[in-house]
Ligand binder design. Structure first.
Ligand code: PMP
Length: 359
């Protein structure tokens, strides 16, 4: 017997490559927002009284939790916060997926879902998206121990047409399990399932400050659900680590949330650049899905996605490519500033000219 026989072995999630500090790259590989956080965040940070850091933070992150609840028209006991939506999702998997029946999610979706399932020994089954990367409703109408839906989906960028009715049909067909809707990208053009929270007690909607509020480095995620569901989530969280969100994060999160004008402006810029960049890529022969997120999912022609990924990387432009059967012909390109996207198009043209082929 060896101690290694008792190790909980997992194959971890692989995040996008982070360049070393000081290295100049155009980073379009982790769906960060190209704009800085709201100026109000800078103000709070400048006058922050660091002496308060000797105290533990409020374990329920109440100032931020209640600000989120107010903002979206819920009460504090219908909101949960965590260290990024990854933390919220992990806690939700641990809390709600405690059945012998498989949890269901798409074969192409956020690649952390199967990692948490493996980590927590949760059985799961993949539901293949159709050839246009859409979910098939019938897949979600069979016995299951829970359902997870990223809407809009990643890395496809696709939002289900008529999403609310689609999601409602899944939620209402599964009163015996919790349905998690991951709305990490919803602010860029998807439709939210939030109105359904008051109607169904088995629905949980998860969101993040990382993308639309330019706060990936701060780590704030949040979720809505009926108060009973949120209580179960808190019971698990307080049995694991109570003080997850630090004092500074709570305060800066409140500041970021309060600047609605800045939020609208930066989201609109990202959406405008996304549409222009999709058009530019299509002109260059790419197939591009109808993204409702802050990234593009694009299939080049005349060059393999792998080769283009490699050649862009050589030129200091990072995008994301997966060596997986249904994904290997595609690149996921985060929407940067207009200048960054211009540099991307120039690089694509240069690569095409050098290979003597039309991409
Ligand atoms: N859900 C989806 C679909 C994502 O793409 C991401 C970003 N990697 C997350 C959740 C997690 O984001 P964060 O932990 O930064 O909130």
């Amino acid at each position: 017997m060896n101690w290694e026989d008792n190790v909980r072995r997992v194959t971890p999630y692989v995040p996008g490559e982070q360049p070393k500090d000081g290295q100049k790259v155009i980073k379009l590989n982790t769906n960060e927002n190209p704009y800085p956080p709201s100026p109000l965040v800078f103000e709070v940070l400048k006058s922050y009284d660091a002496s308060s850091l000797r105290l533990y933070p409020p374990a329920d992150a109440a100032p931020l939790r209640d600000a989120i609840a107010d903002h979206y028209g819920f009460s504090g006991d219908e909101v949960f916060t965590g260290v990024g939506s990854d933390d919220v999702l992990a806690m939700a998997f641990l809390t709600f997926f405690n059945s012998d029946k498989p949890v269901l999610f798409a074969d192409i979706t956020y690649s952390f879902y199967d990692v948490w399932a493996d980590l927590f020994r949760i059985p799961y089954e993949l539901c293949p998206l159709d050839d246009d990367f859409h979910m098939r409703l019938s897949d979600y109408k069979r016995p299951n121990g829970g359902i997870v839906i990223a809407n809009p989906n990643a890395p496809t960028g696709i939002s289900e047409p008529d999403d609310i009715a689609f999601i409602e049909e899944i939620v209402s067909a599964n009163p015996g399990s919790v349905v998690i809707v991951d709305e990490a990208y919803v602010d860029f053009g998807g439709h939210t399932a939030l109105p359904l929270i008051r109607k169904y007690d088995n629905l949980m909607v998860i969101r993040t400050f990382s993308k639309s509020r330019s706060f990936a480095g701060m780590r704030i995620g949040y979720a809505f659900g009926c108060s009973r569901l949120i209580k179960y989530l808190n019971d698990a969280k307080y049995s694991f680590n109570s003080y997850t969100m630090n004092r500074l994060t709570i305060e800066l999160g409140v500041a970021a949330l309060s600047d609605g004008e800045y939020f609208e402006k930066t989201v609109a810029s990202v959406v405008r650049t996304r549409e222009q960049s999709a058009e530019e890529l299509r002109k260059r022969g790419f197939t591009v899905t109808d993204s409702k997120t802050n990234f593009l999912f694009a299939r080049p022609s005349g060059i393999s996605a792998r080769e283009l990924f490699r050649k862009l990387r050589e030129r200091g432009i990072y995008v994301r490519w997966w060596d997986k059967p249904r994904l290997k012909d595609w690149l996921r390109i985060s929407v940067g500033t207009d200048e960054q996207m211009h540099a991307l198009m120039e690089a694509v043209d240069e690569i095409r000219d050098m290979s003597g082929e039309k991409t």
